[in-house]
Design a protein around this ligand. Structure first.
Ligand code: PAF
Length: 283
């Protein structure tokens, strides 16, 4: 597995790959490191669909609205490299901030997300999706992948990235991979390393509430009633709910009536750690 610390070195590698085989299919898995089985699920999917698999490890400063969150974001580069190598990743891009943001991180990046960024994560983390779109666009322009793989756990991020690809006409197919969970249901996340064993148990209220949402959606179609029941169930646990929303899969706007094509999304604090998760409701 090759490690590339600059965009220029990675670009040379990709140029060579494409010269040797013009039809080579590149699969790309962008990450912020602190890798876990969820990321490896993306790598496995990429290996099944592409000839060459590249990952990136870059804790992107422009997507953190809270500087403390950026500072304490887990960083485990050596363990990440070991894991990627074990899973057969072909190359890893680990750039410095200055390589991705040569004009500084305050540079203005503007994209009209047509409202996708105004709800849920976007409402609680101002500027977050702007930073995500900014870095993902830069990575796509550097790596020029045929396929890029993202986890469904970041439901709203997936919608934002699909929008980016559409409006900028980027020649990449977005592949969405199901959320990886612990045996008891906790969605795998790099942030879970910040939780104690007891907090991991407490955090299961998220999975239980989402599972209850799926169950309720089988018989009750009034979203307001379902939300009320879910919020009171969630509040029997010890986490602090930031939002619980039932969103339309395309517009991300809250729905009034449950139907196929909507998803229940939760963001909550377990101590000081912010967790998100979601589950599709089949109506
Ligand atoms: O999902 C993530 O880890 C990040 O938001 C991403 C897509 C790598 C962009 O920094």
């Amino acid at each position: 597995m090759q490690v590339f610390n600059t965009a220029a070195r990675l670009a040379d590698f990709i140029k060579q790959l494409k010269t040797e085989n013009t039809a080579v299919k590149i699969g790309f898995v962008p990450t912020m490191g602190a890798l876990h089985e969820g990321h490896m699920k993306l790598i496995k999917q990429a290996k099944a669909n592409a000839d060459v698999v590249l990952a990136s490890i870059f804790v992107n400063p422009t997507q953190f609205n809270d500087p403390k969150d950026l500072e304490r974001y887990p960083r485990t580069p050596q363990a990440d490299l070991d894991l990627l190598k074990q899973h057969g990743c072909d190359g890893v891009f680990m750039p410095a901030v200055a390589d991705i943001y040569p004009n500084g991180t305050a540079e203005n990046y503007v994209l009209d997300f047509q409202g996708l960024d105004r709800v849920m994560e976007g409402a609680f983390r101002p500027g977050h999706f702007n930073g995500v779109a900014q870095v993902v666009e830069r990575f796509f322009r550097i790596v020029n992948p045929d396929l890029a793989f993202f986890g469904r756990k970041d439901f709203q991020q997936v919608a934002i990235i699909k929008h980016l690809v559409r409006v900028k006409h980027l020649p990449v197919e977005i592949v969405v991979v199901d959320t990886a969970r612990s045996v008891d249901g906790l969605a795998l996340s790099s942030r879970n390393t910040l939780l104690s064993a007891d907090q991991k148990k407490d955090a299961l209220i998220i999975f239980k509430t989402l599972s209850k949402a799926v169950e309720l959606a089988r018989t009750e179609k009034d979203a307001k009633k379902v939300k009320e029941q879910l919020i009171s169930f969630f509040n029997t646990g010890s986490l602090r709910l930031e939002y619980l929303e039932i969103a339309d899969d395309s517009t991300l706007q809250p729905v009034d009536t449950l139907k196929a094509g909507c998803t229940c999304c939760i963001a909550a604090f377990c101590g000081t750690v912010r967790l998100i998760d979601n589950m599709p409701l089949n109506g």
